[in-house]
Design a protein around this ligand. Structure first.
Ligand code: ZN
Length: 147
């Protein structure tokens, strides 16, 4: 039996969320949080709609997952996000003690790695999963904005 629950499988769900952000005119970033192969939170960037610079996809998913689990820590969870988290989200992920972060495209300007933000020592990171799809969506968004 091939395990259907690959990182690509869940990243596709995060990309679907990013598409929803795109359709709303938001910078297209999507996220899902998974525990035991079950999606317990899904969200996309809503900073324009909510007039809230903290409404990044990751921040909303962290809150939703903690609500679902009934506790503030996300040990045992994996976050899938289409774009490398910024330093705000990396900071929140630090506090959540999330076990794994899987992201798609690298954010050369505002990614946490560039900013030198530390993740929790127990958090493992995988990058580049469906990175092309994620960055194509971003490019398409900014190209349409310029029109
Ligand atoms: Zn962020």
């Amino acid at each position: 039996m091939i395990n259907p629950f690959t990182d690509e499988y869940f990243m596709k769900k995060a990309l679907q969320e990013a598409e929803m952000a795109f359709e709303k005119g938001e910078i297209p970033v999507g996220a899902v949080i998974v525990i035991d192969n079950k999606v317990i939170a899904r969200s996309h960037n809503l900073t324009e709609l909510l007039h809230d610079v903290t409404a990044h996809a990751e921040m909303q998913s962290i809150t939703a997952a903690a609500n679902y689990l009934g506790g503030k820590y996300l040990m045992g969870c994996t976050l899938y996000v289409t774009l490398e988290p910024c330093q705000m989200c990396a900071g929140a992920l630090y506090w959540s003690q999330i076990s794994r972060i899987v992201y798609g495209a690298t954010d050369e300007n505002r990614g946490f790695a560039k900013m030198g933000t530390q993740l929790h020592p127990k958090t493992t990171v995988v990058s580049g999963i469906m990175a092309n799809e994620a960055s194509e969506l971003m490019k398409r968004f900014f190209a349409e904005k310029r029109k």
